[in-house]
Design a binder for this molecule. Structure first.
Ligand code: FAD
Length: 509
């Protein structure tokens, strides 16, 4: 089954690759090959390592690509987790399932991408999920099943967080995904898990597709570069020398991985490639540029952690059962801040803490992904360039201040002993900026490094059919093609984009 020429070779089995493989192989006339650098544990939870199923923490040190951010001025090296496994980074993620804003999808279209507006994407959005919340915006037959913590599953600290947030004016909503508008609110977090287990894309998308005669899944294949004849892509070459040929090759290696494969293939900024000894095939200056993320002051910093009074410690970790959406001073519409509470034992306190992530969900700073060598095993040079747009720093500082206010309002205040670590005085904005700058981390949402755009946009990499400019037979479909970072955790949007792309690709075959 692996030999011969495939109709479609998909490289990378994350949410995008699995969704594409599942949807494209529904057409029995298409022979589809799905390649992945990591192992394949199948589509039954019983076959999976326990830590990849447990959604109460992020197992970022297992199945890791070992990506790191360029050291900052203080020499700090920030880990940029990505999972190497059939199922992709969904196998280690927080399982938060958050709808993208219609405003952001409409902005994608306005940037010169007709057909990628909110209304056009809606059928794809609904095909992804099965959400028992129901209603006109939710899907009911999709492969990704959504769960919300019942009131019984929530802890007293969850309840207190919800109440203190409402005291500050945040409306409680039953369904955070129930509107196309991202408005300030607080509520339960929709999660993609079943029976307490994180559902990655192998467990969701590939479950029904495995066993189809026209689909083969080959793990442990590290794609080095595209096989290119003239300007035509005829497949992909693996680091171990194996070649996989297809009429069409689709890169789904994620926002760090997809530009890396293109660059090793000679597709990217020509002068930069030549310096690395890579013969340029297509001069595409945008490959690896425009890197976006959602910067975060993460719970690990201790800056956003509060010691729980011993009588309220449940001795059971929780992970973002509830969440809050807020608007900083830097946007005039919708929201740009998320707060993520979780109960965790902290050795620094030798006790239980309520630790928050403060995440900036609408950031404007852009960085880059570059090669350090033509060797597919070599580390990448990744620079998110956080706060290069100063509005991002102000907005994240606003988010930090908001959290401090919520934590000092009853009833939440009465359950906490106080901060784990003394942060800057809220009146001292300069000190706050310095701390946030020094402690910034990722919300693990890289995007936009092979962005979709019109021909006139010299920084675009793919067209509106996800085809790589200057080549035939090659597409990219994953978070890297987002024209701009949406104000929501990315998993839902990645699946919707892959569903939409699958329709376009099937229509063309
Ligand atoms: C720790 C963490 C927590 C997160 N939490 C959330 C959350 O709670 N909610 C949410 O919505 N989003 C979350 N995300 C983000 C979300 O998981 C990603 O946006 C999503 O997985 C991206 O999908 P993708 O298909 O674009 O890329 P990926 O999921 O990264 O998949 C890419 C796949 O390609 C493979 N690959 C890469 N390079 C090669 C190569 N050269 N050869 C072969 N295979 C290759 C990789 O091994 C991987 O399987 C989180 C991410 C992380 C890392």
């Amino acid at each position: 089954m692996e030999a011969g020429i495939w109709d479609i070779v998909i490289v990378g089995a994350g949410p995008a690759g699995c969704a594409l493989a599942a949807r494209l192989s529904e057409d029995a006339a298409l022979r589809v090959l799905l390649l992945e650098a990591g192992p394949d544990y199948g589509s039954e939870a019983a076959g999976w390592p326990e830590d990849l199923l447990n959604p109460t923490f992020l197992p970022v040190n297992t199945h890791s690509w070992d990506y790191y951010h360029r050291p900052d001025a203080a020499g700090r090296e920030l880990q940029l987790p990505r999972a190497k496994v059939v199922g992709g980074s969904a196998a280690i993620n927080g399982a938060m399932w958050i709808r993208g804003s219609a405003l952001d999808y409409d902005d994608w279209a306005a940037r010169g991408n007709p057909g990628w507006d909110a209304a056009s994407l809606m059928p794809a959005v609904k095909r992804v999920e099965t959400d028992p919340a129901g209603g006109p915006l939710h899907g009911s037959h999709g492969p990704v099943t959504i769960h919300r913590a019942t009131r019984d599953e929530q802890s007293p600290l969850d309840h207190a967080f919800l109440e203190s947030s409402q005291e500050l004016g945040f409306e409680y909503v039953d369904d955070i995904n129930g509107s196309e508008v991202q408005a300030p609110c607080v509520g339960q977090t929709p999660k993609n898990f079943i029976d307490g287990s994180r559902q990655n894309s192998s467990l969701s998308y590939l479950r029904a597709a495995r066993g189809r005669e026209n689909l083969a899944i080959v793990p442990d294949v590290l794609a080095d570069r595209l096989l290119i004849e003239g300007r035509k892509v005829i497949g992909v070459r693996a680091a171990d020398g194996r070649e996989f040929r297809g009429r069409e090759t689709i890169l789904c290696c994620g926002s760090y991985g997809s530009p890396a494969v293109l660059l090793r293939s000679g597709v990217g900024p020509a002068a930069e490639l030549a310096e690395l000894g890579i013969e340029p095939v297509v001069n595409l200056p945008g490959v690896g540029r425009s890197l976006m993320d959602h910067p975060q002051v993460a719970r690990q910093s201790g800056l956003t952690s509060f010691i729980v009074k011993p009588e309220y410690a449940r001795n059971t970790p929780t992970f973002i059962n509830t969440m809050l959406k807020a608007r900083s001073s830097q946007v005039d519409r919708e929201i740009d801040i998320h707060l993520y509470p979780g109960e965790t034992f902290d050795e620094r306190a030798d006790g239980w803490t309520l630790a928050f992530g403060v995440s900036l969900q609408f950031a404007r700073s852009m960085g880059s992904v570059r090669l350090t060598s033509a060797d597919p095993e070599a580390p990448l040079a990744i620079d998110h360039n956080y706060f290069s747009d100063p509005r991002d720093l102000e907005a994240l500082c606003d988010g930090y201040e908001l959290l401090q206010r919520i934590a000092t309002i009853p009833p939440l205040r009465d359950l906490l002993e106080g901060p784990l670590r003394d942060g800057p005085h809220l009146q001292d904005r300069e000190a706050l900026r310095a701390v946030v700058r020094a402690e910034v981390g990722t919300t693990y949402h890289p995007s936009t490094t092979c962005k979709m755009g019109p021909l006139r946009d010299a920084s675009s990499v793919v067209n509106q059919r996800c085809q790589v400019r200057g080549l035939s037979g090659a597409r990219v479909v994953d978070a890297s093609i987002f024209p701009y970072g949406p104000r929501a955790n990315l998993h839902f949007s990645v699946c919707a984009v892959a569903e939409h792309a699958a329709e376009l690709i099937r229509a063309g075959h």
